[in-house]
Design a protein around this ligand. Structure first.
Ligand code: ADP
Ligand code: MG
Length: 330
C-alpha cells in the first residue's frame, strides 16, 4: 500500500505487528518512550528525527534554536512517561557547504537545554548529507511507574498543561501568513515554536502522585495525539472547545477567529493526560499552587463515539481538522 494512504501511524502499526518483543521489554513500540529493564535497572528510551525542509527551514530557524529544539522534542517524550532524562546521543548528517561555526551554534543550543535538565551528551555519529538531518536518542529512567497511553477509562477527565496552538501559530507567522503588526505578540509565539519547553517537572509530578491514567505529549496536534490515547485506551473523547487553554498572545492575534491551531496545530509539547474524577480537587490544587498550569478540557466516553469537539452551545464542531501525519497529504 502507498504510504500516502497508509499514513505514518498505519506504517508504525504495521511495523509493530511484525516486531517480536525482547528480553526485559516492558513497553515496546507504540508509546512515547520504550521502557526496558536492563541489567537490573529500569530505563526509558526515545528517539526523534528532524529533517531540513520537512521539520525546519534554515531561512527562519537559527542553528542555536535548532540544537535546543532537537533535544527538547526528545525530552518531551520522556516527560510524557513521567520520567527523568539522563543521557543523549546525537547524530548529524551535514551538507559539506556548512561552516564549523554553524555547528558550534547548534551544539550551544543543544547544550543549553541539556545543562538545564542535567542531560549528558555521550555520543553520536557524523556524516555528510544533502540536507541537514538530526537524529537524537535520549535515555532516561522512571521515578515512579511510567504512564502509558493505554490506561484511560470511560468517565476519566481529560487535561492539558500550558496553552495550546502557540507553536503552530508561530510557524504560520514565520511563513508570513500575517502582516507583522504586533511585534511583541509575534515574538512570543515564534519563541514557542523555536524553543518548546519539555514538561519534565509536570510529567514526573503526575507520575509520582499516581493520578494520571494515561498520558502523551502533544507533538502532532491535540486531536491527533488525543486520538493516540483513545486508540490505545479503547475510549472516545468529548472536548469542550471553550475550555481550551489559549495564551494571551494567541488571543491578541486571533481574537475569536477560532481554535483551529489549538485543536490541530502541532509542536506544543505540552502534556495531555487523563485522570479519574475523584482526583479533580488534587489536580486543581496543583494548578492553583502554581506548580503547573493544568486545564480540564474534556471527558473520556465510549469508543463508539469517537472524538467530538463541542462548541460553546454544546453543538459538535463539524470541521474535524486533522493533526500532523508525515505521509498523508495535509
Ligand atoms: P512520538 O510522536 O511520541 O515521538 P511517534 O509517533 O514518532 O511517537 O512513534 C510512536 C511509536 O512508534 C514509538 O514507540 C516509536 O518508538 C515507534 N516508532 C516510530 N517509528 C518507528 C520505526 N521506524 N520502527 C520502529 N518503531 C517506530
Ligand atoms: Mg510523544
Amino acid at each position: 500500500m502507498k504510504l500516502s494512504r497508509l499514513g505514518e501511524f498505519g506504517l508504525i502499526e504495521r511495523i509493530r505487528r511484525t516486531t517480536a518483543t525482547g528480553r526485559g521489554v516492558r513497553i515496546g513500540i507504540g508509546d512515547d518512550c520504550a521502557w526496558v529493564e536492563h541489567a537490573g535497572a529500569s530505563a526509558l528510551i526515545t528517539t526523534d528525527l528532524l529533517i531540513e525542509h520537512i521539520h525546519f527551514d534554515l531561512k527562519w530557524t537559527s542553528l542555536f534554536d535548532l540544537g535546543y529544539k532537537s533535544l527538547a522534542v526528545n525530552l518531551s517524550d520522556v516527560a510524557a512517561m513521567g520520567g527523568v532524562a539522563d543521557y543523549a546521543i546525537l547524530s548529524l548528517g551535514i551538507p559539506a557547504t556548512f561552516d564549523s561555526k554553524q555547528i558550534d551554534e547548534f551544539y550551544r543550543g543543544f547544550n543549553r537545554l541539556a545543562h538545564r535538565h542535567g542531560v549528558a551528551l555521550v555520543g553520536g555519529d557524523t556524516n555528510v548529507a544533502d540536507s541537514l538531518i538530526i537524529s537524537v536518542c535520549v535515555i532516561g529512567h522512571p521515578t515512579a511507574r511510567p504512564i502509558r497511553r493505554s490506561g484511560a477509562r470511560v468517565g476519566d477527565d481529560i487535561y492539558v498543561t500550558g496553552t495550546l496552538g502557540d507553536s503552530a501559530l508561530g510557524l504560520a507567522l514565520l511563513r508570513k501568513k500575517w502582516p507583522a503588526t504586533k511585534p511583541g505578540v509575534i515574538r512570543k509565539l515564534v519563541a514557542r515554536h523555536h524553543r518548546p519547553m519539555p514538561q519534565l517537572r509536570a510529567g514526573a509530578l503526575l507520575a509520582r502522585l499516581n493520578i494520571a491514567t494515561a498520558m502523551i505529549d502533544i507533538s502532532d496536534g491535540l486531536l491527533q495525539d488525543l486520538g493516540h490515547i483513545c486508540q490505545a485506551s479503547k475510549v472516545g473523547a468529548v472536548i469542550w472547545n471553550e475550555n481550551l487553554p489559549i495564551s494571551s498572545a494567541y488571543r491578541a492575534l486571533l481574537g475569536k477567529v477560532g481554535s483551529g491551531y489549538a485543536l490541530s496545530g502541532g509542536e506544543d509539547y505540552e502534556l495531555l493526560f487523563c485522570a479519574r474524577p475523584r482526583h479533580r480537587q488534587l489536580i486543581d490544587k496543583l494548578h492553583r499552587a502554581g506548580r503547573v498550569k493544568i486545564t480540564r478540557i474534556g471527558r473520556c466516553v465510549g469508543a463508539k463515539q469517537g472524538i467530538v469537539v463541542l462548541d460553546d452551545s454544546g453543538k459538535p464542531i463539524k470541521s474535524k481538522i486533522p493533526g500532523h501525519d508525515h505521509f498523508k497529504k495535509q
